[in-house]
Design a protein. Structure first.
Lengths: 75, 155
């Protein structure tokens, strides 16, 4: 189970990342955030975001036209 | 990261605000220096437009095709306004944030904004017509920031 879900479907770059960053700050350290997006660029962008910020990318997948990411807040 | 923002049309306003908000979200300290035609992007009331004039790469999607605007057609009154309207409709339709929204997110994320004092004098703008947050500064203020930053962009 994830702690919180962010629906970023229909939003274009950079809004999914900006909304995810905001949502991450509202969950406790160690908690997980699920992000749903339709922006194909978000696949690489969430990887890059996690690499740079030290956030753990627990899952990255696609169901139909929806991309699903699970992020874990590390600090 | 620092960004010198020199252009204030609707299309050119995007790159600096997209990069500033994203870098801030990724934990980077960001400073934006607004100078010349970039300075009006700090006005409280934004009225941003585009002009297809002299823009050979502007091919707007329309009815399944891409439309270019010959320079001579840009002389007709109302063409710039129509192109701007078309762009704003596309922005909304494609889920792209508005500049006002991105700017608010930048302020909220703690992006430091410097309004160029010289441009303010030159074009007779008033600080009270600008959003809350920007400080006034000049070239030396920017250079001090740039010497401390790993990424310095001129847009």
């Amino acid at each position: 189970m994830v702690d919180q879900t962010l629906d970023a479907k229909g939003l274009n770059c950079p809004l999914p990342i900006l909304r995810a960053k905001k949502a991450l700050q509202t969950i406790p350290v160690g908690g997980t955030l699920e992000v749903l997006a339709t922006d194909p660029g978000s696949v690489k962008d969430f990887q890059a975001f996690c690499n740079t910020t030290g956030t753990e990318l627990v899952e990255s997948g696609q169901q139909g036209t929806t991309y699903r990411f699970v992020l874990r807040r590390k600090h | 990261m620092s960004i010198i923002v020199t252009k204030g049309s609707l299309d050119w306003a995007y790159p600096p605000f997209i990069l500033a908000t994203t870098a801030a979200a990724m934990g980077v300290d960001v400073t934006m220096f607004f100078t010349f035609y970039g300075l009006p992007l700090l006005l409280k009331n934004l009225d941003l437009n585009i002009s297809p004039l002299g823009n050979a790469a502007m091919k707007m999607p329309l009815a399944g095709m891409h439309m270019t605007m010959p320079n001579i057609a840009c002389m007709i009154p109302g063409v710039d306004a129509a192109a701007s309207r078309l762009m704003k409709n596309l922005i909304k339709k494609k889920g792209v944030a508005s500049i006002t929204e991105l700017r608010a997110l930048a302020v909220e994320a703690g992006v430091r904004m410097i309004a160029c004092q010289m441009t303010l004098d030159l074009f007779e703008y008033k600080l009270e017509d600008m959003i809350e947050g920007p400080e006034l500064g000049g070239a030396a203020t920017y250079i001090e920031v740039a010497t401390q930053a790993q990424i310095n962009l001129f847009i």
